[in-house]
Ligand binder design. Structure first.
Ligand code: SAH
Length: 237
């Protein structure tokens, strides 16, 4: 739910001191993360081992400001600045499982935001391309993910309605902002057999799973959700 407007200066994020970890890799967040996976994700029915492993590994607290780190593993979305949010952990896991990823897949994400979903995706596939319309968020996510050692995530500042034609077609597309209708251009960037998960609607949104077949597209609604709107740039209709 978008109920608060937050803004964090870029320098408040990913400061080395706050992210420092002891040598054995066990820090104050390790147990919280394990607990998040057990209580919020496994308990609600996510079973794909690849997804559970990725959710256990990616350090969600590194994707939020210092002020928010204490809440990083709680069961709700969090503000990431510029009036945007990092999705609830369960939704990230649910979407990642629903597109049935394979290790060799190339995935397009629309709405990089904090870069958290990109990191979860890339833990299960070969390559992730992500498009973000707010330059400050795109730059910050690119820098943060690079610092974390990810080399197979490419982030572009631009309008996600156009997808990323130069790198298409994709095995999967994960859209993390809600358009009013399913953008045709994104469907066209799916491989045959490719899957897209996307929240669609305005106040009332549904999560859709779209599969490209040899004959066209199959659409299935999965569950009601609430995402930030997928904004339309002026002049793009
Ligand atoms: N996946 C993100 C959550 C993103 S919130 C995470 O893990 O943190 C949705 C994001 O979509 C916001 O950052 C917003 O700026 C972006 N967005 C909204 N409209 C967009 C558009 N037309 N193209 C690309 N990104 C868009």
């Amino acid at each position: 739910m978008k109920n608060i407007f937050w803004f964090f200066p870029l320098s408040a994020l990913s400061s080395a001191g706050a992210n420092a970890r002891p040598e054995n890799g066990h820090d104050q967040y390790t147990d919280k993360r394990a607990n998040m996976v057990e209580e919020q994700i496994k308990r609600r029915g996510i079973t794909d081992e690849k997804v559970l492993k990725a959710m256990s590994k990616v350090e969600r607290h590194l994707f939020v400001s210092d002020e928010m780190k204490g809440e990083a593993y709680e069961d709700h979305p969090l503000p990431i600045g510029s009036e945007q949010t990092i999705s609830q952990p369960y939704i990230v896991a649910y979407m990642t499982e629903a597109v049935r990823l394979m290790p060799e897949d190339r995935v397009l994400e629309i709405g990089t935001g904090s870069g958290y979903q990109s990191a979860v995706l890339v833990e299960t596939v070969k390559e992730v391309f992500s498009v973000e319309i707010i330059k400050g968020l795109a730059d910050r996510a690119r820098e943060g993910l690079k610092e974390m050692g990810y080399t197979n995530i490419e982030i572009k500042h631009g309008d996600g309605y156009s997808g990323w034609p130069e790198n298409a077609p994709f095995d999967a597309i994960v859209v993390t902002a809600a358009p009013r209708e399913i953008p045709e251009q994104l469907k066209e960037q799916l491989k045959v057999g490719g899957r897209m998960i996307i929240p669609v609607g305005d106040l009332f949104q549904q999560l859709y799973l779209i599969t490209r077949t040899e004959h066209g597209f199959e659409e299935k609604t999965l569950l009601p959700v609430r995402f930030v709107p997928m904004v339309e740039e002026k002049g793009t209709g």
